[in-house]
Design a protein around this ligand. Structure first.
Ligand code: AMP
Length: 660
């Protein structure tokens, strides 16, 4: 079948299309109904079907690919030379049953499906022995190590719901997520390393445990990087694993109804509280198996590398779930794009014959600034395509990649909520006579089951070709998309489906569609910003700034940055503005604000600049005009200011920037 027939079927005959795709996975019990759309915008996929993600990702492959690598872990943070400074690392690898290979500038472990099966069973056994059961929530706060993958797989094996929190987030962020999920356990490590810099995970977890209302046990994977004192809630994983290994523990997969939650992933919205995107089980499995084939053209036995963190949706879907559902090898990389040198990505591609790469443009922008010989030194001919997502792919980066890679550079668009690509090109169908050719500068056209439109936000009318509007997706969303917001159906409806007839999912992205059906994303319609492909709510940063005793109010906006796409900058109204007349005071307050944001939210959210205007432009109803502030900060026109409560505020913002 060609792309357009399949796509049209996915929209017009959902039962037939998804019924066929459902055959990609193993069902312990076949679904009795492909789609229940009787309560839109809520959609239930594969109703009555029973399956298990871990079974589909591990057990199912033992027959044909037990000795194939499931994961290859590469770390440029750990190597033979740094071990001198951390003598316990090798002991820790041994205690964790992790026969890692150490080289001068990296460490590596190949893990077959058979090895993975064993480790996941041990991990699941440990969880069960410590009271984790079907439906319990487990927070995973870890760097890019294999134990993080075991933890995720072990959770879904026993029907527990994991919630991975990005390791770059600070303790407050972690505590908020622990409380919202009502986590029964947190899984973490003693410490991590980033560019050689120590990240004290255990300490951050201790603080979060103190701050959170919920009482949790803490399972610690001791990597031997940093000694720590055990707290009463702590459990040492290596000790527990040894017991499970001695017993050769096997834990049965728990068969879950297709709509049972598999995991929660918190993401930023327009309020200060992050929302728990809830993913189902069967729909998630079917969607990712379909996407790996139809969108990425990935096949069993091939190697996929999503250069992302497991704390993000890409890391969930394409470092862990989709490659394993398909029987591929997935690369897990702990390290920066530039260490030990800017050739590391290409060296890993060459050494592991990576077939498909997926990352955010930020990392590529970092490499583009380096000497080109780093790329030409390596044979990357195993690659068939390179996908980019998470933020706009700028023209120079796309061109640089196209010039160097010799494979299609595919910009594609998706969100944490969708879990897989909404817009993309589909190289698998490139030979179809009616196929839309690959076009640079656009993230493509809608993928299977995404009934996309660009509409005028106010009137709801569909936009003409090349007319800007909001990108919306008609309900029901296809399988794999968020089922709801964790324990907050109201937020699901109000946050995503409040437009028009209540049946259009609002992406909160501006877009245009051209006359040929290609889409272009033009930025967010809300106060969410995108720093290096990571989504941040400006409101969350404002709330963190609000903890400073001298700040009365603040507005945070994202401004364009060549490397990171966007950077947050803050405009703070002080209770006593005169304070900043003295440079010393101003410097102190700036430092304190930056420190507070880093403490609460993590380094990613730190404002790149802080200004102290006397007033902020607001409407008469008191709404801060962040878009006007952003325009001012970027030296653009502010638009119509007639609704301003205090007309001098614009000048105050201008003056504050001039004073800086
Ligand atoms: P996240 O949920 O963190 O993955 O962020 C999703 C948001 O990132 C989208 O709503 C877009 O604003 C942005 N985004 C993702 N992919 C692209 C892309 N290919 N081009 C432009 N923006 C993108």
């Amino acid at each position: 079948m060609n792309f357009s027939d399949l796509y049209n079927q996915s929209i017009n005959d959902k039962q037939a299309f998804w019924g066929e795709q459902a055959k990609r996975i193993y069902w312990h019990q076949q679904p009795t109904q492909i789609l229940d759309d009787s309560k839109l915008p809520f959609a239930k996929w594969f109703v009555g079907g029973e399956t298990n993600l871990c079974y589909n990702m591990v057990d199912r492959h033992l027959e044909n690919r037990a000795e194939q690598d499931a994961f290859v872990w590469v770390s440029t943070e750990i190597n033979a030379e740094m071990i001198d400074n951390y003598p316990n690392i090798q002991k820790a690898f041994k205690a964790l049953g992790n026969p890692v290979e150490l080289y001068t500038d990296y460490a590596k472990r190949r893990l077959t499906y058979n090895d993975l099966y064993k480790e996941v069973n041990y991990f699941a056994d440990v969880l069960k022995r410590h009271g984790i059961d079907k439906g319990d929530r487990v927070v995973i706060y870890m760097p890019m190590i294999l134990e993080a993958a075991y933890a995720m797989l072990a959770c879904v094996r026993i029907g527990a719901i994991h919630s991975v929190v990005f390791g770059g987030f600070a303790s407050h962020n972690l505590a908020v997520r622990m409380d919202d999920a009502e986590a029964k356990m947190v899984i973490t490590v003693d410490a991590g390393l980033r560019g050689g810099k120590l990240i004290n995970y255990k300490n951050l977890v201790n603080k979060a445990v103190e701050e959170a209302k919920v009482k949790t046990r803490v399972l610690v994977i001791d990597r031997g990087i940093m000694p720590y004192t055990a707290e009463p809630q702590d459990i040492d994983y290596a000790t527990e694993r040894a017991t499970s290994a001695d017993n050769n523990a096997k834990v049965d997969c728990v068969w879950l109804e297709s709509n049972a939650p598999s995991y929660l992933l918190y993401t930023s919205g327009t309020t200060g509280t992050p929302k728990g995107v809830q993913r189902d089980t069967g729909g998630h499995a079917v969607a990712l198996a379909t996407a790996m084939d139809f969108v990425y053209n990935g096949k069993a036995g091939e190697t996929f590398w999503a250069i992302s963190d497991i704390g993000w949706a890409v890391g969930h879907s394409f470092s862990i779930y989709a490659p394993l559902l398909t029987g591929m090898t997935s690369i897990i990389y702990e390290g920066l794009p530039t260490t030990p040198n800017p050739g590391i990505w290409w060296r890993i591609v060459e050494a592991n014959k990576v077939n498909i790469l997926l990352t955010a443009p930020t990392g590529v922008r970092m490499l583009r600034k380096q000497d080109e010989m780093w790329m030409s030194r390596h044979d990357i001919s195993s690659l068939k395509s390179f996908f980019l997502a998470g933020e706009p792919l700028d023209e120079p980066t796309a061109q640089w990649l196209t010039g160097h890679m010799g494979v299609p550079i595919i910009d594609h668009y998706w969100q944490t909520e969708s879990g897989w690509p909404i817009l993309s090109h589909a190289p698998k169908f490139a030979d179809n006579p009616d196929h839309k050719p690959h076009k640079q500068g656009t993230p493509g056209y809608p993928m299977f089951g995404f009934d996309a439109k660009v509409i005028n936000e106010t009137t709801g009318e569909p936009c003409q070709a090349n007319e800007k509007g909001m990108l919306v997706l008609a309900a029901p969303l296809p399988p794999g998309c968020l089922a709801t917001v964790w324990r907050n159906d109201e937020r699901f409806i109000n946050g995503y489906f409040s437009l028009l007839d209540g049946k259009q999912y609002a992406t909160s992205d501006y877009a245009v569609m051209d006359e040929y059906g290609y889409y272009y994303i033009l930025g967010r319609t809300d106060d969410v910003i995108n720093v290096a492909g990571h989504r941040l709510g400006t409101k969350e940063i404002e709330e963190a700034i609000g903890h400073h005793p001298e700040v009365a109010e603040s507005a945070v906006v994202g401004i364009h940055d060549e490397l990171k796409g966007e950077l947050p900058i803050a405009f703070c109204i002080l209770k006593n503005h005169d304070l900043v007349a003295e440079t010393e005071n101003r410097f102190r307050i700036e430092q304190q604000i930056v420190g507070e944001v880093a403490r609460q939210l993590g380094a990613l959210a730190k404002p790149a600049a802080i200004y102290f205007p006397k007033a902020l432009p607001k409407t008469r109803s008191g709404k801060i005009l962040r878009r006007s502030i952003k325009a001012l900060a970027e030296g653009k026109e502010t638009g119509d200011m007639s609704t301003l409560d205090d007309p001098t505020a614009i000048e105050a913002v201008r003056q504050a920037m001039a004073d800086y």
